[in-house]
Ligand binder design. Sequence first.
Ligand code: HEM
Length: 230
Amino acid sequence: MALGIKALPFTFFAHLLAIAGAVMVLVWCIHFRGGLAWEASNKSLIFNIHPVLMLIGLIIIGGEAIISYKSVPLKKEVKKLIHLVLHAVALILGIIGIYAAFKYHNESSIPNLYSLHSWLGIGIIVLYGIQWIYGFVIFFYPGGSNGLRADSLPWHVAFGMFVYVLAVANAAIGFLEKLTFLENSGLAKYGSEAFLVNFTAVITILYGAFVVLSVASQGNSEDDYSYSAI
Ligand code: HEM
């Protein structure tokens, strides 16, 4: 598409950043924050599910779904299946992750939906769901007419990238918000945990940038039909 460069280096670094981000959020929530639990008297353990599922699910698996057209060397029909299944997994993990944040708030008598982060978060998950359903119906089953598919494709790509970039930005806001809460409760501002959280947000943003660059670059195979509406 726009960049006259092959996608391979971008998809390669995106995978590396994905692994780094996943490890960092797990180290933070398990080692520094005490672990993950669905039922617990220590309600913070319920909250910890939220950043883990939002980053590994919505952002990382969602990003891998987006770049799968560029990173997977298989036939277009197989890539399409990988794309829609990875997005479904990302969406389901995102919904469970948001549910965990509500569960934590409800069981700790903290109000819901008071922050910019939470408002954007609801908007993102709703738009992500609409985008998935529209894509499934038009491009997979039952499938729209050739004209409708061709007309829909640039909007599918543009709207998908908009929602994804918004999600990456909102994840960074989430890290900032949680770290600010912790620092206001006494966490050292220059301590190792504070650095870990800030660097996890930096890695998240870099991952998002490499996903966008992969989309804007050329597919790796000679017969690159990445964005043809077949
Ligand atoms: C794109 C990914 C994310 C989305 C869509 C998202 C969405 C949400 C939503 C909808 C809520 C509201 C829950 C309620 O009101 O009960 C929430 C709460 C929260 N999230 Fe996230 N979140 C994301 C990533 C993260 C990350 C990575 C962190 C890092 C720790 C985080 C930290 C928080 C915090 C501290 C709260 C509670 C305070 C508040 O409601 O603002 N979020 N999130």
